[in-house]
Design a protein around this ligand. Structure first.
Ligand SMILES: Nc1nc2c(ncn2[C@@H]2O[C@H](COP(=O)(O)OP(=O)(O)OP(=O)(O)O)[C@@H](O)[C@H]2O)c(=O)[nH]1
Ligand SMILES: [Mg+2]
Length: 323
């Protein structure tokens, strides 16, 4: 199943029902008085945040969504029925943009519900126009049109911390070890083609995104587009594999890509995590820490092969996120 995180749908709120011209019929009297009811209002359109990242899949082939119109007014002064509201379920983290007005709606918490389009008001029936000078009104008004627009829906994962680093740094392996996620892992670059999420023990959400390379800001590799998924995280976990001999260059490359992306990514709190400690001697680990400390003193180390270390790392990350 492909991960959909971007789509455009035309959405329309229901039109109002028309007001009508009707007359009271009394015995022996042709037009005893106006009795045309008002039209019902068209249904409104809401978006509702739910905890299900996969729900966007449901809208993959949907081009248009709409709420029903109001019914026309009825005889005997009865109003037409209002159209039901349409409630569109979207994952928490969705940003919904009206393509024309550029107005944005953010769904950030579970159960949050936002009105995005108003249904049209129902028209007025002829009874409404009755007055002492107008006892047989033939006026009525049609229902108003409901609002409509093209909406662009984007998902910005709401994660507490994001895993970043070069391809093959061990990001997905670490996500799998720390959380319930089941991300694809491979000994080659760009194994991860779409973002993955998992929950740490302690309830925080971790995001794994495709690897970055030098020039990602110019579109190299998978480019920058996944960085927006860590825009809202509190902290970045910067993974550097100890297989790597050019530790500082690697560190600077990724820092530079964060800077190029802008939007505050390079100002986020950062924890460096040196991965694959099992593949090198301890003195290599120590040397790497010493070199990196000039840039950031918050450095942890891990191998995914050791369950105890994973448990400790979980606690260290949670401790930082609670701060
Ligand atoms: N020995 C050892 N191998 C590891 C460790 N962590 C990850 N690996 C291996 O490193 C390779 C890359 O791991 P991934 O988790 O796919 O790396 P990634 O950073 O997600 O890579 P991309 O998705 O391509 O950006 C895989 O072959 C993993 O099995 C570790 O702690 N020790
Ligand atoms: Mg990966």
């Amino acid at each position: 199943m492909a991960f959909i995180d971007d789509l455009t749908i035309h959405i329309k709120a229901g039109n109002g029902g028309n007001g009508v011209v009707r007359w009271l019929h009394e015995r022996g009297k042709e037009l005893a008085g106006p009795s045309g009811g008002n039209g019902g209002n068209g249904g409104d359109v809401y978006v509702l945040a739910i905890r299900d990242l996969g729900i966007l899949e449901k809208y993959r082939n949907v081009k248009e969504l709409s709420s029903p119109r109001g019914s026309d007014g009825l005889k005997n002064s009865m109003h037409g029925r209002n159209g039901d509201d349409l409630v569109i379920e979207l994952p928490i983290g969705s940003v919904i943009t009206d393509s024309r007005t550029k107005r944005q709606y953010n769904l950030t918490t579970d159960g949050e519900r936002i009105l995005i389009l108003k249904g049209g008001r129902g028209g007025l029936g002829n009874e409404h126009f009755k007055s002492s000078t107008n006892i047989t009104p033939t006026q009525f008004t049609p229902g108003r049109d409901g609002e409509e627009a093209d909406f662009h829906i984007e998902l910005e994962l709401v994660a507490d911390a994001g895993l970043i680093g070069l391809p093959n740094a061990g990001k997905s392996s670490l996500l799998n070890a720390l959380t319930n996620a089941d991300a694809k892992v491979g000994n080659y670059q760009f194994t991860t083609l779409e973002p993955n999420l998992g929950a740490l023990k302690g309830g925080f959400i971790l995001a794994d995104i495709p690897g970055l390379i030098e020039g990602a800001s110019e579109g190299k590799g998978l480019g920058h587009k996944f960085l927006r998924h860590i825009k809202r995280t509190k902290r970045v976990l910067h993974l550097i594999s100890l297989e790597n001999t050019a530790i500082i260059e690697t560190y600077k490359t990724i820092r530079n890509e964060l800077k190029q992306y802008g939007q505050g990514l390079d100002e986020k709190e950062e924890t460096i995590i040196l991965t694959k400690t099992d593949m090198v001697e301890e003195k290599v680990v120590k040397a790497a820490i010493k070199k990196l400390e000039k840039f950031n003193k918050d450095i942890l180390t891990i191998t995914v092969l050791d369950d105890m270390e994973i448990k400790k790392l979980n606690d260290e990350i949670v401790k930082r996120l609670r701060k």
